[in-house]
Design a protein around this ligand. Structure first.
Ligand SMILES: Cc1cc2nc3c(=O)[nH]c(=O)nc-3n(C[C@H](O)[C@H](O)[C@H](O)COP(=O)(O)OP(=O)(O)OC[C@H]3O[C@@H](n4cnc5c(N)ncnc54)[C@H](O)[C@@H]3O)c2cc1C
Length: 266
């Protein structure tokens, strides 16, 4: 296990055992960075953030980039999460967001959530990623009558203020219908169903993203932990234990596994 209070760098970590890891034979790691290499944009971290950043830089902007991953793609959170592709599940509801900010901001957040789910769905279909996507539909179940009122209010709020079309994608399901159609349990008081959320195998999704990025000609160097980052003459030197990558720009996608300052030893 990596613990920033004990380990100075997130390198030399074995793949974490998980249910997802038990479903997939891992591909052999790609070659570690060696010698002195150059790129336009260096990306530190090979999780969803790093790999999709590389994919869009390459495909939409034709920018040369190179991903450095401390361990193996899948070491981080991207391969050991719950596998839910959902509109945000934070505690602040949409009506509360409008109270805190304004309706335009809330609508912007709602639209981004919607686009994010559609983006993942689109990439899976476009690249035939075999990540076991489940039937769409995310149920928030009320565990008491008070929760049911709040879910009904949430469905109404989405329908009245946030949705662009007649079909808001947010359906309120009464207790009776919920028990008849989904789960006959005495503590299920009804539900809010968001029609676009779905589950998948997150490790398989990540490995699909990895192939997608490699197919664009992007180099991914695994077992290449950035140990030192030096800014010199308008360039960035990223030092690993076997090599050095010189880049015009650096994108940090290391999640909470690393520090973000340049001119530092990590
Ligand atoms: C228990 C749990 C459940 C979750 N469930 C969900 C869910 O159901 N749905 C959802 O959408 N999100 C979920 N999340 C959140 C989601 O997993 C993360 O937001 C996402 O994986 C972050 O991706 P990332 O690429 O930023 O980071 P990571 O996947 O953690 O990747 C960061 C990578 O950077 C590498 N790295 C770090 N430092 C260096 C360095 N110096 N040099 C080279 N490489 C470096 C690491 O080795 C690592 O592989 C969950 C998270 C957790 C922890």
């Amino acid at each position: 296990m990596y613990d920033p209070l004990i380990n100075s760098h997130p390198n030399n970590q074995t793949f974490a055992p998980s249910y997802w890891a038990s479903t997939q034979v891992l591909p052999a790691p790609t070659a570690a960075l060696s010698g002195c290499q150059q790129t336009d944009v260096a990306i530190v971290g090979g999780g969803y953030t790093g790999l999709l950043t590389a994919y869009y830089l390459a495909t939409e902007f034709n920018i040369e980039c190179h991903v450095l991953e401390a361990n193996q793609v899948g070491f981080g959170a991207s391969a050991r999460n719950a596998g839910f592709v959902l509109k945000g599940s934070g505690r602040l509801g949409y009506a509360a967001m409008t109270k805190r900010w304004d309706l335009a901001t809330t609508k912007g957040i709602f639209d981004e959530f919607t686009q994010a789910v559609a983006r993942v769905d689109g990439l899976i279909k476009q690249h035939n990623i075999a990540c076991e996507p489940q039937e769409a539909g995310y149920l928030k179940v009320a565990h008491n009558p008070k929760a049911l009122v709040s879910l009904q209010n949430a469905a109404n709020y989405i329908q009245q203020h946030l949705a662009d079309s007649q079909d808001s994608g947010a359906e309120f399901i009464s207790s009776q219908d919920f028990r008849a159609q989904y789960l006959d349990h005495h503590q299920a008081y009804g539900a809010l169903r968001l029609k676009d959320g779905f589950g998948l195998n997150p490790l398989k999704l990540l490995l699909g993203y990895k192939s997608m990025v490699q197919n664009q000609g992007v180099t991914i160097s695994e077992q290449s932990c950035v140990l030192e980052w030096i800014e010199e003459g308008g360039k960035h030197r990223l030092i690993t234990d076997k090599g050095e990558l010189i880049a015009n720009k650096v994108i940090m996608a290391g999640n909470a596994y690393t520090q973000v300052n340049s001119n530092c030893r990590f």
